[in-house]
Design a protein around this ligand. Sequence first.
Ligand SMILES: [Zn+2]
Length: 277
Amino acid sequence: MRQRLFLLLLLFSLFFSFLTVTLLAGQNRRLRLSEERLFHSREDLVQARNLIREEEERNRILREENDTLAGAAGGRLILTFDDGPSDITAALLDILREKQVPAVFFVNGVNVTRNRESLLTRAAAEGHLIGNHTYSHDYGLIYRSTEGFLKDFQRNEKLISRLTDTRSMLVRFPGGSRNSLCATGEGRALMDALKGEMDRQGYLYMDWNVTDDGTDPALYLDSLERQIFWRSSATILCHDRADRALLLEALPRLIDEARERGYRFELPDRSEGIVRF
Ligand SMILES: [Zn+2]
C-alpha cells in the first residue's frame, strides 16, 4: 500500500515536471518568436528611415540642379541708375568701365551741379545712355499738369543735349508710370495724358521689375539677386545717390554673379520687351 502510494507520488511529480518543462519550452519559443518579430520590425523601421533619407537627399540634389538650371538659362539684364548724378557717379562709372557693362542713367538736372557736368559727358562717351527723369523730380511741379511736366522735362532735355551731344529719347517717370498719383481718377488721367504725350513725341518710357527700393542695407545684394535670378529678363532700378553707397560694393559682385549664371547686360532696345507697369 505504501509502495503504491510512493509510485503514485513519483508518477505525479514526474508528470508535473514534464508539464512544467513543456510549458516553459513553449513560453521560451513564444518569447523567441516575438523577439525575432521585434528584431525584424526594428530592421524594417531602420530600412524605411534610410529609404526616406535617401529620397530626401535625391530631392535636395534635384532641387539644386533645378535652381542651377533656372539660373544657368540666364537672360537679358538692363541696368538703370536713377536720381543722379551724385557723389557716387564717378565710382559707378569706374566699375562699369572695368566690367564692360553698359547702363542707363536717368538723371535729374537739379543734381547736375557745375562740378558734376563732366560726369554726364563722360557717361555718354563711355557708351552709356542718359535718360530723362525730369529736371526737378518734384511731384508738386511735374505732376500738377501736362504743361508743368513738359516744361520741367524740356529743361532737363536741353541740359542733357548740351552735355552729351546726344538724345537717348529714354524717359523714366519719377515714381514710375503708375505712381501714387494714379490712385485718383484725376491723377490717372494726367498720367495717361503724359504717357500719350511721350509716345507722341517719340520718347520711350520705361519702368522696372527689380528695384533696390526699400532694401535692408544688410540684404542689399541678396535682395537684388533674389529678384533677378529667377527671371529671364530684368530691368534693374538702382539709385545713383550718396545714400546708396553700398551699391558700389554690391555692383561688381552682382555683375560677376549674373554673368556666371549666363546673363548678359544690354541697353534697352525698342523692339525688345521694355518693362512697363
Ligand atoms: Zn527717381
